[in-house]
Design a protein around this ligand. Structure first.
Ligand SMILES: Cc1ncc(COP(=O)(O)O)c(C=O)c1O
Length: 420
């Protein structure tokens, strides 16, 4: 994995030159598009700082990246900044997720939810178009730790689903149950399977074991497609675990989603959807006849500025810079976990991830609230609290938290020994 670090100045020049290649609402003859620059009362285009703020400049210019640019044609007015999107997709698909050049399609969507919908939508249509699959012959499988967006996906797309249980402590999908589940589904007429695997679940940071899961799927001789939800983990796990198998080098992986607005510190609205070539035409909306190149995406209009923000972040650090940042987070997480172990506090953590999920019996609700930990459920009997070690979670903050819980755990064990 390698892409070079670039100076802010050179990125600024590249963005301004890309904007210059776009047709600008300010000085081009644009009469047919249902769009314009942002409202000048709130977003003045002549503010002094704009010449040094390429993202804000792009934001105000408001390019619309509607359509798919990895395809043969797309709307020419925003051709300049579409090239930056192509470069962003190249970095993600080829450098981070090991795709071969020109072997993928993709786009920058509003977020992880849309990427998950887009993936399952494509595979549903693929099974219909290629095999004549009926709606109730298709089923989606995912673990109980999978993000709630999958329930939206099943509801919107009218597909049935099965939730795979995980081991309480290890957070791993139970392979025997998976096997039996597939047999039962086959016996009741399911022929086509869409499997969503996690490159880091939202609550635990657990990563599904694609090798053993795909072996089980292959052994059952079923038609299946695998989507990787890397919305949270996609900008950390491939860096911290170079042996990751959740990428396009692995022939069972068909599509991947990753959010810039999580680990990359990009603005909201930067979900990146990637899929192997040959599938996306299943969701081509031919009726989008006024859009040059038509439309393959769920959202339609989408922000070119968000693409630029994500592209700039990746390039201002380069691959080595991102690796360094992610390793720093892992070191802070290691320190937190070692200290929790010394205090006898139970937790789950994948060693390549920056999420630590603590048993709620082991820390007080007051401390969890004081440090804004996130509960598994907002209910009385919830059993886990999670910490996500992000950039703003400093060693100082971790140490204050540890001090507070060590006082609580001393008091707690004293109370326990009195009650005994
Ligand atoms: C694993 C995972 N998938 C999907 C999503 C949904 O992402 P978004 O909120 O960007 O739609 C999240 C959000 O936390 C997530 O953690």
């Amino acid at each position: 994995m390698f892409w070079p670090q670039q100076s802010f100045e050179s990125l600024k020049t590249a963005v301004l030159s890309a904007l210059n290649k776009n047709a600008s609402f300010y000085d081009h003859n644009i009469m047919g598009l249902p769009a314009t620059y942002l409202d000048p009362h709130i977003f003045p285009a002549d503010a002094d700082f704009l010449s040094n703020a390429p993202f804000i400049r792009s934001f105000i210019e408001n390019p619309n990246h509607i359509g798919l640019h990895t395809y043969d044609k797309s709307i020419p007015s925003f051709h300049g900044t579409q090239q930056l999107e192509l470069d962003l997709l190249r970095i993600c698909a080829e450098e981070i997720f090991k795709a071969k050049p020109n072997s993928y399609d993709g786009y920058v969507s509003p977020g992880g939810t849309e990427c998950n919908i887009q993936a399952v939508w494509i595979f549903r249509e693929y099974f219909k178009n290629k095999f004549g699959a009926l709606q109730d012959e298709m089923v989606i499988l995912f673990s109980e730790d999978t993000h709630y967006s999958l329930y939206k996906v099943c509801n919107i797309l009218g597909l049935k689903y099965k939730v795979l249980p995980v081991d309480f402590n290890e957070r791993k999908i139970d392979l025997d149950i998976l096997n039996n589940q597939i047999k039962t589904l086959k016996n009741s007429g399911s022929l086509y399977f869409i499997i969503v695997l996690n490159m880091a679940t939202t609550m635990f940071g657990s990563v599904d074991d694609i090798e053993s899961i795909s072996q089980k799927l292959k052994a059952q001789e079923i038609q299946f497609k695998i989507h990787i939800d890397a919305a949270f983990g996609g900008f950390i796990y491939p860096f911290t675990n170079p042996k990751s198998l959740l990428n396009f080098d692995n022939s069972v992986v068909d599509s991947i989603s990753v959010d810039g607005h999580k680990m990359l510190q990009a603005p909201y609205g930067t979900g990146i959807f990637l899929i192997r070539k040959g599938f996306i035409d299943n969701v081509l909306t031919e009726e989008a006849s006024y859009v040059e190149g038509l439309d393959h995406t769920l959202c339609g209009s989408r922000s070119g500025a968000n693409v630029i923000a994500t592209w700039m972040i990746l390039n201002v650090h380069g691959s080595h810079g991102i690796l360094k940042r992610m390793n720093e987070l892992i070191e802070k997480t290691n320190f937190l976990c070692d200290s929790l172990t010394q205090l006898g506090i139970r937790f789950f953590r994948n060693k390549y991830m920056n999420i630590v999920t603590i048993r709620s019996d082991d820390i007080s609700k007051e401390i969890s609230e004081k440090y804004t930990l996130v509960p598994e459920k907002h209910e009385q009997n919830q059993v886990w609290w999670k910490i996500v070690v992000m950039e703003h979670v400093t060693m100082d903050l971790i140490q204050r938290f540890l001090k507070d819980i060590s006082i609580y755990s001393t008091k707690h064990s004293e109370m326990n020994s009195i009650s005994i």
